[in-house]
Every structure is written in C-alpha cells, then in structure tokens.
Design a protein around this ligand. Structure first.
Ligand code: ADP
Length: 160
C-alpha cells in the first residue's frame, strides 16, 4: 500500500522552505497531497486558484507523486475524506514547534488515527516565512533565493 501524507498550508506564497519540505517528504512517502487552505485568516496576496496552479507548476517534475488541491474547512475533515492518516509539517524554530505541537494534539483529538510527522527545515531556509516574503515584496525588496523566480514574477505582477 502506498504511504501517503498531506502537506497542508496557506502557501501564500510558497517559499523555498515549503518546496524543500515537500521534496524531502517524497523520500519518505510514496505520494503527497499538497493541500492549499482556502479558509486562512490572513489577508491573502494570491487567491487559492493562483496558489494551486503555482504549486502544480513548481512541482510538475513530481506530478506522478504529488497532487495539488485546495480544501475548505478543517484539515482533519479533509484528511478523513481523502482517507489519509498522516500529515507532514515543517518546523523552523521553537515557536513553530509550540504552535505545531498544539495543532497536532488538537488534530489527534478530532481524528485519533491521524499522525503528524514533523520535518526540521534545512538551516538555510529556517528564516523564511510567507509573511516576510509578502512584506519584502510589498516594499520593493528582493526575495532572491527565498522564493522560486516564477513565484517572484507572479507576485510582482500582482503587486504592480
Ligand atoms: P500556516 O499558514 O499554517 O502558517 P504555511 O503555509 O506558512 O502554514 O506553512 C505550511 C507548513 O510549512 C507548516 O508546517 C510550516 O511550519 C511549514 N513551513 C513554512 N515555512 C517553512 C520553512 N521555511 N521551512 C520549513 N517549513 C516551513
């Protein structure tokens, strides 16, 4: 049976850190469902379709192993619906750990057979967050090395 995990997030925008976790995740799992959350409380810079299309483009080399979709509502309900029992999450630092460990416990309470697997970020990506990327680009800074050039191009055209 295939080992499948869901890699969920807002991905607004996807960063090199996200892509790194997904690519490394493929060494552990046979398939990944990259799930773009539609119900984020943050004000999005990219709409959900743009985020899904962008991730599908960035990950097209792995298209046999990765499905990029959006989901509404609770991640546990999406996981149940897809019959997936593993979540893959990236951890950058202690504040991610605190937030992510709480979320893993809440998800476990809602869906007891769900397991959350944490993967430590690569050091060179540990400072990257979508929030900072949005801020840097909004004020005209360069995000070279932080996001894929295709992401930078799309964001710059949106911010014009
Ligand atoms: P959220 O909207 O829940 O904060 P994100 O879309 O920012 O989620 O991120 C989704 C997942 O990717 C989370 O597990 C988050 O910790 C992880 N992540 C975000 N940035 C990085 C990074 N630079 N390196 C590794 N993991 C990351």
């Amino acid at each position: 049976m295939d080992k499948i995990a869901i890699c969920a997030g807002s991905f607004d925008p996807p960063t090199m850190g996200h892509l790194n976790i997904i690519e490394r995740g493929l060494k552990i799992f046979d398939k990944l469902v990259v799930a773009v959350a539609t119900n984020t409380s943050k004000k999005p810079i990219l709409n959900v379709k743009e985020r899904v299309d962008l991730l599908a483009k960035l990950l097209k080399a792995y298209k046999d192993k990765i499905e990029v979709v959006s989901f509404n509502g609770l991640l546990v309900d999406f996981a149940k619906q897809r019959k997936v029992r593993t979540l893959l999450r990236g951890i950058r630092n202690m504040s991610d750990y605190e937030y992510e460990s709480q979320m893993a416990l809440v998800n476990k309470a809602l869906y007891p057979s769900l397991e959350t697997i944490f993967m430590m970020t690569e050091g060179k990506y540990s400072h990257l967050s979508s929030t900072f990327i949005r801020e840097i680009l909004t004020f005209g800074g360069s995000c070279k090395g932080m996001i894929h050039p295709q992401v930078e191009k799309l964001l710059k055209s949106k911010l014009k």
